[in-house]
Design a protein around this ligand. Structure first.
Ligand SMILES: Cc1cc2nc3c(=O)[nH]c(=O)nc-3n(C[C@H](O)[C@H](O)[C@H](O)COP(=O)(O)O)c2cc1C
Length: 421
């Protein structure tokens, strides 16, 4: 087992680099350089190139699926801010007749509350409280958004992924969860193999692949509300989903598939089992791990409890497999470059963010620009919490060695894997 990595409270940054960072942090409060990765390469000797879904991306920070990737204007703003990638809101799978067995996830809910949350470790973070679930408009509307987002992404060299919630059966072969669970919008459909509604997998995947072509990326969302659903109560059932889903998707069309894994309501040891099952499932990449679920309040939440758990679980698996395949995109309380570094040290080649793009404007040190741009400013240039400071720290302490004269973000995961192998 890998020994848990502990980062110190403050980064050790060589004095001349720190002076540059302080200067840049101040002057970029009103706007970032136009060619951000090239600027960082030149000025700091750092290569921020990262990887998402097998694609090289300019820097590791992307937008996670959710309420902030529902319109083409949002995707355009993300590209203009120079984010690494965008994952669109999750759509609920359907068959050719429009039947959605997971229709209960397509509810319309607008009220979202962004609020501070204290963790068990007594740190103050942010969470978004929201009772909604998936995309609540038509699948055709979703495909239109996807098409437009791909055009924007390809013009700005930014991968855009679709996100789908496919049907998942209950514990007994073919049995659904609670009666009525599928009822609200979905209708009974024919059950396919092992209880999976195969028609929904096929139809939804094919239509997405028609729009995205060979380059289509799909994240399969195992959401926190699903963790609280009756059908997730049987551990073996959860593992069965993870093993089966990649096969069902890849049979429908050739796409790059990521499994966005939920934090199940079981202990850490089971979370590791989920991870291991996912690593050998045939998925192309994993997203670890979606928000925690509070079964009493019946809401998903984030903050430090989320990142504490995610990092703890990732520490329980040997790092080396992640330095190879499938690649790992981290999610959960990435509100600083420091947290991105924590995940990279455990194998992540990119990080996906929701909450930090939604916090009050007063939380960003930047004073102008879109939220993604202000967030990137802090994520990269913050003198104590930013990625540049922490990459410099790893370079200074010998945990990251320069290659071709540069410190490479992607080497963080690889070097750590090498040392702990
Ligand atoms: C309001 C809200 C809606 C979300 N909707 C989705 C979704 O539709 N699909 C999905 O895969 N994840 C969804 N998520 C999870 C985020 O994509 C992200 O993985 C998670 O919030 C952890 O990142 P964070 O701590 O930066 O928020 C949502 C999160 C929030 C806060």
């Amino acid at each position: 087992m890998t020994s848990p990595y502990r980062m110190p409270d403050n980064p050790q940054v060589p004095r001349p680099l720190r002076s540059r960072l302080l200067l840049d942090f101040e002057r970029f409060k009103t706007g970032l350089p136009a060619e951000l990765p090239a600027f960082v390469r030149e000025r700091y000797g750092m290569d921020l190139t990262a990887e998402y879904a097998g694609r090289r991306i300019r820097l590791p920070f992307g937008k996670a699926s959710g309420q902030l990737s529902m319109t083409a204007a949002e995707v355009q703003a993300d590209g203009d801010a120079q984010l690494g990638f965008v994952v669109l809101k999750t759509v609920i799978a359907e068959d050719a007749a429009g039947r959605r067995s997971m229709g209960a996830w397509a509810i319309h809910e607008t009220a979202m509350r962004v609020e501070p949350i204290a963790s068990a470790s007594l740190r103050r973070g942010w969470t978004v409280t929201w009772k909604g679930r998936g995309w609540d408009r038509s699948f055709d509307d979703y495909l239109a958004l996807y098409r437009e987002a791909l055009e924007i992404g390809s013009a700005l060299d930014m991968p855009v992924a679709a996100s789908v919630k496919y049907h998942l059966p209950g514990g007994e072969r073919g049995e659904e969860g609670e009666e009525g669970e599928e009822g609200e919008e979905g209708e009974e459909g024919e059950e396919g193999e092992g209880g999976f509604r195969v028609e929904e997998y096929e139809y939804t995947t094919r239509r997405i692949a028609e729009v995205g072509g060979r380059g289509a990326i799909i994240e399969k969302d195992f959401s926190p509300t699903l963790a609280g659903d009756d059908r997730a109560l049987a551990r073996e059932n959860v593992l069965r989903w993870i093993r089966e889903v990649p096969r069902l998707v890849s049979r429908a069309a050739r796409v790059t598939l990521g499994l966005k894994l939920m934090n199940a309501l079981f202990d850490d040891a089971f979370q590791v089992e989920i991870l291991r099952a996912a690593q050998t499932s045939g998925a192309d990449f994993l997203v670890c791990f979606n928000r925690l679920y509070d079964p009493v309040k019946q809401v998903a939440y984030g903050g430090w409890d989320l990142s504490d758990r995610n990092l703890r679980v990732l520490d329980m698996v040997p790092a080396s497999p992640f330095a190879l395949r499938p690649s790992l995109s981290a999610t959960g309380n990435i509100c600083s470059g420091r947290m991105m570094t924590e995940y990279a040290l455990r194998g992540a080649s990119s990080g996906q963010i929701h909450t930090f793009f939604q916090v009050p404007l007063s939380e960003y040190p930047a004073t102008a620009g879109s939220r993604p741009a202000r967030a990137l400013h802090a994520l990269l240039f913050h003198p104590e919490e930013g990625l540049i400071a922490w990459m410099a720290h790893l370079g200074e302490t010998g945990e990251l060695s320069p290659r071709d004269g540069f410190l490479h973000f992607l080497d963080i995961a690889h070097e750590r894997a090498r040392h702990s192998a």
